[in-house]
Design a protein around this ligand. Sequence first.
Ligand code: NAD
Length: 317
Amino acid sequence: MKILANDGLAANGRDALVTAGHEVLEVTVAQDQLATYIKENNVDVLLVRSATKVRKDLIDACPNLKMIGRGGVGMDNIDVEYAREKGITVFNTPASSSQSVAEMVMAHLWGMVRFLHDSNRQMPLEGETRFKELKKAYGKGIELQGKTLGIIGFGRIGQALAKMALGIGMNVIMHDRNSGNATVTLSFANGATLDMDVENCSMNDLLAKSDFISLHVSGAGETIIGADQLNQMKKGSYIVNTARGGTIDEVALIDALESGHIAGAALDVFVDEPTPAMQVLMNSKISLTPHIGAATVEAQSRIAMEIADTINEAVLA
Ligand code: NAD
């Protein structure tokens, strides 16, 4: 088959596809030229991450497309049902990136409580006076150990995060609308394992009890945290969103940060992607990353292999 990897594909996945006899086109075609490119090059499989949009008009314009693969989890950039109605197989790689996203949440948590995102930007060129000022400004960090992390959405990433947080001595509670209380198994390098229970509490309880909240719900477009929920959070607490832009109301978040009710936030996803609002970008209490939760060498390698396996199995079926 002819496979267009429009948002890139790690080398191991490409090699596995080529070895199986497929042709992999590794170019990035602009969105408005994609339909023409797919038709002129007889592309059978379109692979995307989050950048390329696969909307109805593109699907209609490419009637010979057989498969659409999303490297990653969220498929809000693809009109999935419409493609399936047209007989196109649509798939994603749901499990490959959970560890990387969870590790990045921990990085944001540690960064926020020690002001790393801001101190990196502010380190002075002007010598001792400014240095002392900054030492004072950033000298009131806190530890994560002993604090309560509330996880909203306890699927693959939520559970991976819970294991890490429990491992450093945080209390973990969660809210998931489709689950009861849960048990996670911590695995250590020496082969030892430890089962830990995690309570599924109501949203109100989670908001009231958590020092840190991290969002890991599936689905796009639903605002889970607005002004009411931010008001219900503890004064001086922190929030992280790596799920989808809009899961937090960004305007309400800025208000809560400016009033001091919320101490800090970390965002990997934005309402306006890829050009987040200026108030978000310029706020020194927000730790920012450009939607790179899954962007590690290991996750991209697992994603590429999962894609290659899915295509190869489909061809054999
Ligand atoms: P998952 O499907 O394994 O888990 C999601 C969980 O959220 C489910 O258990 C579901 O029951 C729960 N849920 C859904 N809506 C809810 C609600 N309103 N209230 C409470 N619980 C709710 O998904 P996952 O693989 O853990 O991914 C979680 C999110 O992370 C997705 O939105 C995905 O798009 C996003 N993601 C982001 C990146 C990144 O780079 N930032 C990478 C991968 C995934």
